[in-house]
Write a protein that binds this ligand. Structure first.
Ligand code: PHB
Length: 395
């Protein structure tokens, strides 16, 4: 937000308070208090880097708008959720009940997200999901106070099947971590690949966040498929890519994935990642002024390259700024706040996107290929792709 808009929204808040007459002191007090923002993200474990990238993105978006929300200063509260579902309700409750956050930003892991969703539905706290793709959050368990700025797990792999068949790879093995994100990513693949003419000859898995891939790679070599498709992310993804090459599979069996496979791991994976093809709602190499400006600013601020998680954090910050400005920082003005969030058009580094009725992004999905440690766009796999939102009864 420009300085001029900050001034305008502040004066709008003052006009609003004055109009309430005797309520003026209380209202003015509430609006001038700091806005309490909670970050519930993984800062340890295989998704630790993802949590840091999300937080960097959120802070960068808000700092670019003057570091305030609807004219209010921010007080931050942070919890490391460790990607541990069994602690999720307790961690989210700490932020909402003890710290009294007015917005909860989190998280990365789908299992943990279901704990946040429970707390969000019970307390009505504004919940912004900067990564986790758990279907239920914007399907059967959708809620007016929950908004996702990332994707659903199947939204990404729905575009993967046709891309593989178009390259002549008609016999595939699927492999993933056995938890919600991997299983739901498989749901999209299972729908799109056979529909395009491919056949899935085997489904393999191991528990999250296990990285003992050797026995499964031996099995893949014996099965001799045309291609392997997978969902892995974070530290585990870097190891899977390296182990796949070390097992001698890289130049024999084409490796595809939900794009998280190659996000934030290209330095760690090195040349072993070259040639991997994925689908994703972002690419480093998107040749737009918006993306270039974002990448330059991020690299300057954090001395590292942004990835999809940083971009999603950034968009979460943009969405929050938009909502808070629309209600001049009065986060209790819920109908107006939700209307603003629902109708937002986010001018994102990924390209412009809007919210579906179930509060999930409607967005383009790109086809990318790793070349020289970069995810290069090689096509658009799906235009304005929406999740089904199946079972969401809202609006
Ligand atoms: C998830 O658990 O939903 C998840 C985690 C990491 C990703 C993508 C999805 O990169």
């Amino acid at each position: 937000m420009s300085t001029r808009r900050i001034v305008l929204s502040r004066s709008a808040a003052i006009v609003g308070a004055a109009a309430t007459g005797w309520l003026l002191p209380a209202t003015a007090g509430a609006q001038s208090a700091k806005l309490r923002v909670g970050l519930m993200l993984p800062y340890t474990g295989t998704y630790a880097q993802l949590g840091v990238a999300v937080e960097n993105g959120v802070r960068m978006a808000i700092d670019q708008q003057g570091g305030k929300l609807g004219g209010r200063e921010i007080e931050w509260f942070k919890v490391d959720d460790e990607s541990e579902p069994s602690k999720a309700v307790e961690n989210a409750s700490k932020l909402v009940q003890r710290d009294k956050v007015q917005v909860l930003i989190g998280t990365v892991h789908s299992g943990v997200q279901m704990g946040i969703q429970k707390v969000a539905r019970e307390t009505g706290v504004l919940s912004l999901i900067p990564n986790a793709g758990a279907h239920a959050a914007t399907r059967a368990l959708c809620a007016p106070n929950v908004f996702r700025t990332s994707f659903t797990n199947a939204q990404i792999t729905l575009a993967l099947g046709p891309a593989m068949v178009a390259r002549g790879h008609k016999k595939a093995v699927w492999i993933t971590w056995k938890y919600a994100a991997g299983e739901e990513a498989f749901e999209g693949f299972k729908q799109s690949y056979p529909a395009a003419g491919g056949s899935i000859i085997k489904e393999l898995g191991l528990p999250f966040p296990n990285v003992e891939f050797q026995a499964l790679l031996t099995e893949i070599a014996a099965l001799q498929p045309d291609a392997v498709a997978c969902f892995f992310a974070g530290g585990g993804a870097a190891k899977f890519i390296r182990d796949y090459a070390a097992a001698g599979l890289k130049d024999k069996i084409a490796l595809y994935g939900s794009g998280f496979l190659t996000e934030g791991v290209l330095d760690a994976a090195g040349p072993a990642a070259d040639g991997i093809i994925t689908t994703m709602h972002y690419s480093d190499s998107l040749d737009t002024p918006r993306n270039k400006q974002f990448r330059m600013e991020y690299a300057k601020t954090f001395r590292s390259q942004p990835d999809v998680y940083a971009m999603q954090g950034y968009d979460t910050g943009l969405l929050l700024v938009h909502g808070a400005n629309a209600v001049q920082g009065d986060m209790e003005a819920k109908p107006a706040l939700y209307r603003a969030l629902e109708s937002a058009v986010i001018d994102s580094p990924r390209g412009r996107w809007t919210m579906s009725r179930a509060h999930n992004p409607v967005q383009d999905i790109y086809l990318r290929r790793v070349e020289n440690m970069e995810n290069k766009v090689i096509g658009v796999a799906a235009k304005a792709q929406a999740d089904s939102g199946a079972g969401c009864r809202m609006g």
